[in-house]
Write a protein that binds this ligand. Structure first.
Ligand code: PEP
Length: 255
């Protein structure tokens, strides 16, 4: 399967930004700018913005993602949100294993896998983040590290599950730093991830998988990154908070 047959997905990761009233303003500004998008458009909002995001995007082409979920259905897990809570709230996607969660909230390959399997079982589509640190890149272990992350994240998932999985390659050194991977650096790892998935499953599953790049993608560099064969979309942090910039990235992915 060629790139143009795969689903192009641009997802915003708002991180811990925007109160519900601020979210309302941002979404109202964004909707008209992306209404003719030729790709899937997702906004990954804080839990407290889900209700307003679901309400405002109803009937539009914009989908709502949460930024995490727990692996249990319910129980004594103070501060956590279950996959079923998200689906009932109208959420379609969940971002899992973001490097900020791995770094600041002790998320591990094992918990990312548990969360992802629980999310899939509840009917959510998952965006699973992987990526190396600057030290790992300099040490020449990018492929072995990212390959192990992918294998661990997908453990126990079937080929059918993979239809609802997106992998976001996000080199940690490029997130929020303004330091984007070159088109070639990003494409090289995305191609490698596809090879890992082909080995774990088969060519067909790997070829159908949407692989995003994330890390300081913006209105200026999106077109180049998104033109690469194995980069099917983007996970966008900072630029997703600016409607015009996010819409420009969506337009670049729609070409
Ligand atoms: C992210 O948060 O996933 C991200 C890629 O952030 P930024 O675009 O700001 O680098």
């Amino acid at each position: 399967m060629k790139k143009d047959k795969r689903a192009a997905i641009i997802a915003g990761n708002w991180k811990m930004n925007k109160t519900a009233s601020e979210a309302k303003e941002l979404i109202c500004d964004l909707l008209p700018l992306v209404k003719d998008a030729g790709c899937t458009v997702i906004i990954g909002v804080p839990f407290t913005d889900i209700a307003v995001a679901v309400e405002l995007t109803k009937g539009s082409n914009v989908h709502v993602a949460a930024q995490n979920c727990h692996f249990e259905d319910h129980g004594a897990f103070t501060g956590e949100i279950s996959p079923r809570m998200l689906t009932e709230a109208g959420v379609e996607y969940v971002i899992l294993g973001h490097s900020e969660r791995r770094q600041y909230f002790a998320e591990t390959d094992e918990t990312v896998n548990k969360r992802a399997r629980a999310a899939l079982a509840a009917g959510l589509k998952t965006i699973i983040c992987v990526g190396e640190s600057l030290q790992q890149r300099e040490d020449g272990v990018t492929e072995s590290f990212v390959g192990a992350q992918v294998e661990a994240a997908l453990a126990g998932m079937t080929a059918e599950d993979l239809k609802n999985v997106v992998i976001a390659y996000e080199p940690i050194w490029a997130i929020g730093t303004g330091k984007t991977a070159t088109n070639e650096q990003a494409a090289e790892v995305c191609e490698f991830i596809r090879k890992v998935v082909a080995k774990l499953y088969c060519e067909e599953v790997a070829e159908a998988l949407t692989i995003q790049y994330g890390g300081s993608m913006n209105a200026g560099n999106a077109e180049g990154l998104l033109s690469m064969e194995d980069i099917d979309g983007g996970l966008i942090g900072g630029a997703s908070l600016k409607p015009n910039d996010f819409a420009a990235i969506v337009a670049a992915a729609s070409k």
